[in-house]
Design a protein around this ligand. Structure first.
Ligand SMILES: [Zn+2]
Ligand SMILES: [Zn+2]
Length: 432
């Protein structure tokens, strides 16, 4: 009896149950890898910046059609919507972004970007330094996998190719163009983003707020100009601006509840022309980051009060109060639905192993993927981090961030991980 129990114990250690869907997904990825790697390198060499994604979108649309999707092009700029109907079941959205950044690549890879564009009146290189080329290739690999495994799921897959993520506009462009009205409101939404510090082969995720409301605020400060040697004849806007910058620091340190999060950064001060002239105008450019709506409103209120209060203290009259501009449009905070995040984690663990699904800390960066969940219907969404760097690179400590001219993902492991996790999650969600 003891011998039999020992046998059972050893047997249970040796026999790890395999998931037949995961096995099939991995076989399909292995078959597709050469094709996908060359697609990736081609896209990496030919990046198009925000609102110029014409060729990229046309190529993605053609790729989806090849595997049976019904594709609508030019939907909200160069946006594309690929629909694969496969019987009764949930409608699930999977979004990739498509745009690159106006900058010269310095990676010295043999497949480095060879494209240039006009930007702000001058010629500049274009580069996929945010990894959107990897997002597109993972997305395509997943579309191909799901098309091949149609007998394993039921429902409708909605593949979104989104333009203009880098300027925080593309998701709104597609949603405002009637994305959900025309194609249906999804039951779930999924997306991923390359991560420049997580090892390739792993994914990172956390639930709740993971990325911030991102807003650009302008403050125009007026004053009374004078000769630099006659400050008594002036109301100096440079001094007012300096005081204001310091006062703004107290919003996060004194007005915000210590357990909440926010950032108020003054990124630019512009004013004056010469050493000996006191100007009559200075502008401040701020970025404001928050998670919760009540915190966002509080920060706005304090910025306005500080601007006005500092101007009054300097003796400026009512008609010279600062102008504070807070645009209505902003990138909303990303909220990973807790229930869907748990389901995602389980599917990801089944696909790549328990140790390869890690906790990723929330950040104050912005991502307009959040818009797909922030609709009046409140779609549960998850945006997770896809690890992209080799262990050797992590150990070397040389980890260029996103938007760096030196950033690039390691291709094969990143792709396999992204496609495997995304395909298995989709199939699990379709199967309910
Ligand atoms: Zn970016
Ligand atoms: Zn990005």
């Amino acid at each position: 009896m003891i011998r039999f129990a020992a046998f059972l114990l050893i047997f249970s250690f040796l026999w790890s149950p395999t998931n037949p869907n995961v096995d099939q997904i991995n076989l399909i990825i292995d078959d597709d890898l050469t094709y996908l790697v060359s697609f990736y390198k081609h896209r990496h060499q030919h990046p198009e910046i925000s609102l110029q994604e014409k060729e990229t979108a046309a190529e993605l649309a053609a790729e989806l059609r090849k595997v049976g999707f019904e594709v609508t092009e030019n939907f909200g700029g160069y946006g594309i919507v690929g629909i694969l109907k496969n019987g009764d079941g949930p409608l699930i959205l999977y979004r990739t972004d498509m745009d690159a950044l106006p900058m010269y690549e310095k990676t010295e890879l043999e497949y480095s970007s060879i494209w240039k564009t006009e930007y702000n009146g001058s010629e500049v290189g274009t580069m996929h330094s945010c990894g959107h080329d990897m997002h597109m290739t993972t997305w395509l690999g997943t579309a191909r996998t799901l098309a091949e495994m149609k007998d394993k799921w039921k429902g409708t897959l909605m593949m979104i190719g989104q333009p203009a993520e880098e300027i925080g506009a593309g998701a709104s462009m597609m949603l405002n163009n009637g994305l959900y009205e025309r194609f249906g409101t999804p039951d779930y939404g999924l997306g991923l983003h390359c991560n420049p510090t997580i090892q390739a082969g792993k994914v990172g995720v956390s639930e709740g707020f993971t990325m911030a409301n991102t807003e650009s605020v302008d403050i125009k400060i007026f004053g009374v100009g004078a000769h630099g040697a006659s400050p008594h004849m002036s109301i100096d806007p440079v001094v007012i601006a300096s005081m204001m910058v310091m006062e703004l620091q107290t919003i996060v340190s004194r007005n915000l509840k210590p357990t909440e999060s926010a950032v108020v950064t003054v990124g630019a001060i512009k004013g004056g022309t010469k050493h000996n002239i006191i100007p009559d105008e200075v502008t401040l450019q701020l970025t404001v980051r928050t998670y919760k709506e009540e915190v966002r409103k509080m920060v706005h209120k304090r910025i306005k009060e500080i601007a006005r209060g500092t101007a009054l203290a300097a003796g400026l009259p009512e008609d010279k109060m600062p102008e504070v501009t807070i645009p209505d449009d902003f990138t909303p905070a990303n909220y990973n639905d807790p229930g869907l995040t748990k389901q995602f984690e389980q599917s990801a663990k089944d696909a790549i192993g328990v140790d390869n699904v890690i906790y990723a800390e929330p950040q104050m960066v912005g991502e307009d993927f959040a818009c797909y969940g922030k609709t009046k219907e409140d779609v549960p969404t998850v945006l997770f981090w896809l690890g992209t760097v080799t262990n050797e690179k992590i150990e070397s400590g040389n980890l260029p961030g996103l938007h760096s001219p030196f950033y690039y993902p390691t291709i094969e492991t990143t792709l396999k991980t992204g496609i495997s996790v995304m395909s298995n999650t989709l199939i699990d969600l379709f199967q309910g």
